[in-house]
Design a protein around this ligand. Structure first.
Ligand SMILES: Cc1ncc(C[n+]2csc(CCOP(=O)(O)OP(=O)(O)O)c2C)c(N)n1
Ligand SMILES: [Mg+2]
Length: 277
């Protein structure tokens, strides 16, 4: 089965998948008492939109040469990635129950040797974007029509390797490359702007030769329109600054730095599940 694309009911489908992903990520992290729910929840609407409204892929052929590529550069957000790949049909949903167990294919960070659908191993911040750049350059050189999407955290943007990738993409006019920045304004223990400020992030990317669009990162209409837009006449790589809320969907996790890698107790788990409807 080849998944493609925006249909009339895609908004409803994306919403339904995103809800399921949030519920499953919460269960995984609660069961194993390990994970990064804050960053999972800020990214899940982006991933649900990509896998159920934008990307061209076939879960039965993970190495299909013409597939669009998605690189999860913020590799700590495995609750978002693993649930998206299960929902997309790359492996059985039951695999999610093995998250973080010994010999599981679902490690704390994604490993492409074990898990179909993972384009490259990530976890060390600042690593995925340069790899996505290479994938996009290869596509450009081969004259292939696949598109490459990469999602980084905003704290992750403080890593210098991103800026080397940004400069090269701009110079090469890599119109087949879309960078999405999960702009939740929090990193591990503090706001980004109090740590190593990024603003004005849009001007920085424009100066590096990118087209920049800023959107509401939990609005499926805006996500679909921006990420699904055909490359068309665009002459530059596209940077999408997705304004998000860390912990989105669970009231007591939203915008709280401690929920970067906080894990719920039984009472919090029950409360969070009640809110995810
Ligand atoms: C090179 C590197 N340094 C430190 C870490 C530990 N670490 C994991 S997540 C994180 C914060 C990331 O913040 P951000 O990119 O904003 O992610 P999000 O808010 O989306 O979770 C840190 C410091 C890491 N994975 N890699
Ligand atoms: Mg962040």
């Amino acid at each position: 089965m080849t998944h493609a694309l925006k249909t009339d009911n895609s908004d409803g489908l994306i919403r339904q998948k995103a809800l399921w992903m949030r519920q499953q990520a919460l269960k995984m992290v609660y069961d194993k008492q390990l994970g990064h729910l804050g960053g999972d929840f800020s990214a899940i609407d982006v991933l649900a939109t990509l896998y159920f409204g934008v990307l061209r892929f076939d879960p039965e052929r993970p190495d299909w040469a013409d597939r669009d590529r998605f690189v999860m550069s913020k590799g700590h957000a495995t609750g978002a990635l693993y649930t998206a790949l299960a929902a997309a049909g790359y492996y059985p949903e039951a695999w999610l129950d093995t998250y973080m167990e010994h010999h599981s294919k679902l490690n704390g960070h994604p490993n492409r040797q074990y898990l179909p659908g993972v384009e490259t191993n990530t976890g060390p911040l600042g690593h995925g974007f340069p790899v996505a750049l290479g994938i996009a350059i290869a596509g450009q050189m081969a004259g292939a029509d696949y598109r490459t999407y990469v999602l980084t955290g905003d704290g992750e943007q403080q890593e210098g390797s991103n800026w080397e990738a940004a400069m090269t993409a701009g110079n090469r006019r890599l119109k087949n490359l879309t960078l999405i920045i999960d702009r939740n304004r929090l990193q591990q223990g503090a706001p980004t702007e109090e740590t190593n400020g990024l603003d004005p992030l849009d001007d920085k990317y424009r100066a590096f030769g990118w087209q920049v669009v800023e959107i509401e990162g939990h609005d499926y209409g805006q996500l679909l329109e921006t990420l699904g837009a055909p490359v068309g006449d665009r002459q530059k790589p596209l940077c999408v600054i997705a304004n998000t809320v860390k912990g989105k969907g669970v009231s007591f996790m939203e915008n709280q730095a401690k929920w970067h890698h906080g894990v719920p107790n039984a009472e919090q788990f029950a409360q969070a599940m009640k809110e995810l409807i």
